[in-house]
Design a protein around this ligand. Sequence first.
Ligand SMILES: [Zn+2]
Length: 433
Amino acid sequence: MTSPLLPIDPGARRAILQAVASLEDEATDLLARLVRHRSVLGQEQSCLEAVEHVFRQIGLHPFPVPVDVATLAGVPGFSPPLISYEGRDNVAAIHRPRAARGRSLMLQGHVDVVPEGAPDLWTSPPYDPEVRDGRMYGRGTADMKAGLVAIITAFAALRRAGLQPAADLQMAAVIEEECTGNGALAVMRALPKPDACLIPEPGPGYSALYVAEVGVVWAWITVTGRPAHVRDMQSGVNAIEAAYVLAERLKAYEHEMNRAERRHPAFAAENHPININLGTIQGGEWNSSVATRARLGVRVGVMPGHPATAVRDQIVALVAEAGRDPRLSGARLSVAFEGFMADGAIFPADQAISRAVSQVHDDVTGSALRPYTALGLTDARFYTLYQGTEATCYGPDSDNIHGIDESVGLASMHDVSRVLALTIAGWCGLEKV
Ligand SMILES: [Zn+2]
């Protein structure tokens, strides 16, 4: 197979690698600054402003990309929103060359983080990043502020070496990767179609290239029970206890969806690719009253090739069936869908962008990337499923993302900056600033 990369002049290569090395401390500082923003759903604005500021500092002209529900509703890949998009615009920038010679590229990262969980379980406070043994600890370090830092550092290093991409290089910081993906969808539709999209989402703890990912559907099941005083609770239906019945049904569905014959070949070797998580439960009114209403928030994995909308219909049927369970007689069940309605996706290892990243990673680190089938999802799906653009994820080594004591290896973040800088060089080509 021919190389997916343009040849890079050895002097330019050396200058780029030196520039990344000279930016390592700045990169670590920037990561700490970004992690200090508690950019959970609805609170991303200050972190977006910080990224916008850095984009300007490295010579880009960032612009806001709003998520306009009126335009996006009905577009393939759109997920029903959880909250308003007012004041939460994505930030994008496009470097344009003097003379386009190479292929264009999108480098994208998300600023949103998932909640920190019980903060008292953290060794150091989740938004007060701390470096221990070469790793930075904090919510969002690995997922995925280190990836955003690597994008910024890669472009800054080219500039410091007196070079710039000889093709359009798009860069974007998006919201809602962790609940809808609508930020990435809005950006994809607002910008010109690139020749490839690369997202430095964290790897699984070893150097890896994403080759597939599951989809996800979020469902909200509301149970309205039959109220009664606890002294004759047999006459009532406890809305919270109804969650047991629903959990049984959901586990049975999960078991069914993991059967070998339902697997996409990319997930054949996985132990348990489809996971259902009962993530939240709210309900009840009084310790001595049978709970009248409860709302369960559920995350359901989706196998590639099995549309998210089909999973939605199966959940509707499952809830209706649970409602006929004699233990729930007299209760009312309803289900709503807000948040992820996301299809699974395949990122072929032999597509040009995947071969390009693998080749540069081998060259920079002396070790081969291993293919990774992800049991969670990323924004890369939009490009491959709905735009026909090659996309994949490759990023720094991570530990405990979405968990307690999340961390990223700083050496690996710097390696990813090197790999991104040389991937830009070989994919887009280079010209003097
Ligand atoms: Zn992520």
